[in-house]
Design a protein around this ligand. Structure first.
Ligand code: HEC
Ligand code: HEC
Length: 358
């Protein structure tokens, strides 16, 4: 309750210093905003038990794009986390093993039960403070938070029958199968030996470590919003600042705050989509790039996602239709238009890069 009162006081201060449609003269210092939001840290944070090395990153990149990790050798991680779709897949639900193509037009019938989130900035998932404290390990992955670390998370899609495994293999068979496939490829032997010290480095744990290392490097650059937070008052337009103020005043920051604009927590008592699963708060960074929205992809546009919050006293959110456009304008300032897009020219298996996605 105390937090709520502090918020109201702070927000009235923002209004008093002027915000609505006043043009350049109405811009105010970014200082109060930094109590709600902070810029992303400049560099990814790597856990002590999986420190960064360029060798691990290179291996992880190949593994991410190589369909050899899937039962029928037709699906890679990039099939559902592709830079053309903001490192997600642009679909309400994903199609794995029985599909072909990329994004919304991908064929196939077997769908995942959840919508694919972006893997951009997963190095910072769960970060709520300005700077990571020593020992910070990013975490709480999946909409239901069932994977604690990125290393654990990476193994899950390989085992999933719908995503990568297929019915050709039993769950307990697939990782031994992948390991023996990789061990037959001289380039993978060399890559694993360069990245890991043990004599037989092609093991499940190292597959997870390499994939996690690569994904932690998929970090976006500072956006106009970050420049604004850093004190450049001209970085946002008056209209965008109006949206930012409405975002705070409406109560969105109760859950969407900090460097990721997400507490990454599940609030079972305040369910955003009525009669649906309680799920964790997702990041709003680069949200513009990853329609459709929500854990079930049920909102096809950003405007539609915002409209979920109209008249939501149950969430302590006050938002009216007239506010949607302003909030949307603000959320679009969270996009890094030059986000990482590099696609490897080949993968060591010589299978099609990314899987059957053309
Ligand atoms: C068939 C599509 C598909 C494939 C293939 C796939 N994913 Fe995903 N990914 C998803 C979906 C759907 C979710 C959300 C699932 C959930 O929350 O239960 C997800 C979630 C994630 C997350 C969690 C992100 C977060 O914010 O919590 C990460 C990280 C991730 N995937 C990485 C990978 C990696 C690494 C691979 C390859 C080993 C991979 N994915 C393969 C569809 C896919
Ligand atoms: C009680 C915590 C809470 C509050 C308050 C809240 N949100 Fe959310 N937000 C969530 C959760 C949880 C989800 C995911 C819901 C789902 O997938 O069904 C979400 C999803 C979203 C999404 C979709 C993101 C995506 O990638 O799918 C947008 C956009 C969004 N919120 C904006 C807002 C705005 C704007 C406000 C204020 C008007 C707000 N939120 C207030 C918790 C919250």
């Amino acid at each position: 309750m105390e937090r709520r009162v502090a918020l109201i006081v702070l927000v009235s201060m923002i209004y008093l210093t002027g915000c609505d449609e006043q043009g350049a003269s109405g811009r105010q210092p970014a200082e109060p905003y930094t109590s709600f939001f902070t810029p992303l840290p400049e560099a990814a944070v790597f856990p002590d038990d999986n420190a960064f090395s360029e060798e691990k990153r290179v291996l992880g990149e190949f593994l991410f794009w190589d369909p050899i990790l899937s039962g029928r050798m037709n699906v890679s991680c990039a099939t559902c986390h592709h830079p053309d779709h903001g490192w997600a897949d642009g679909r309400p639900f994903s199609v794995g093993v029985d599909g072909a193509g990329l994004g919304p037009t991908r064929s196939g019938t077997q769908e995942t039960p959840f919508h694919s989130p972006t893997v951009l900035n997963v190095a910072f998932t769960g970060l709520r403070e300005t700077q990571p404290q020593p020992g910070f390990v990013s975490g709480g992955y999946f909409w239901d938070l069932r994977a604690a670390t990125l290393e654990d998370q990476a193994i899950d899609p390989i085992k999933s029958e719908v995503e990568m495994r297929s019915s050709d293999f039993l769950e307990e068979e697939i990782l031994p199968e992948i390991v023996s496939r990789l061990a037959l490829i001289p380039e993978y032997q060399a890559l694993f030996s360069a990245a890991f010290e043990e004599p037989d480095p092609i093991i499940e744990r190292n597959i997870g470590q390499a994939l996690a290392t690569y994904q932690r490097t998929l970090v976006t650059a500072p956006t106009r919003f970050d420049s604004f937070l850093a004190g450049d008052e001209t970085a946002l337009t008056a209209g965008e600042i109006t949206g930012l103020n409405k975002f705070i005043n409406s109560g969105c920051t109760e859950c969407h705050s900090g460097p990721m604009l997400a507490d990454n927590l599940i609030d079972a008592t305040r369910q955003v989509q009525r009669n649906k699963l309680p799920v964790r708060t997702p990041t709003l960074r680069n949200v513009e790039l990853t329609p459709p929205y929500m854990h079930d992809g049920s909102r096809s546009t950003l405007r539609g996602a915002i409209s979920v919050y109209e008249d939501r006293n149950d969430l302590d959110v006050t938002l009216e239709e007239g506010d949607f456009g302003d909030i949307e304008r603000f959320l679009r300032t969270l996009t890094d238009a030059d986000f990482p897009r590099q696609v490897p020219a080949y993968v060591p298996s010589n299978l099609p890069v990314g899987g059957d996605i053309l």
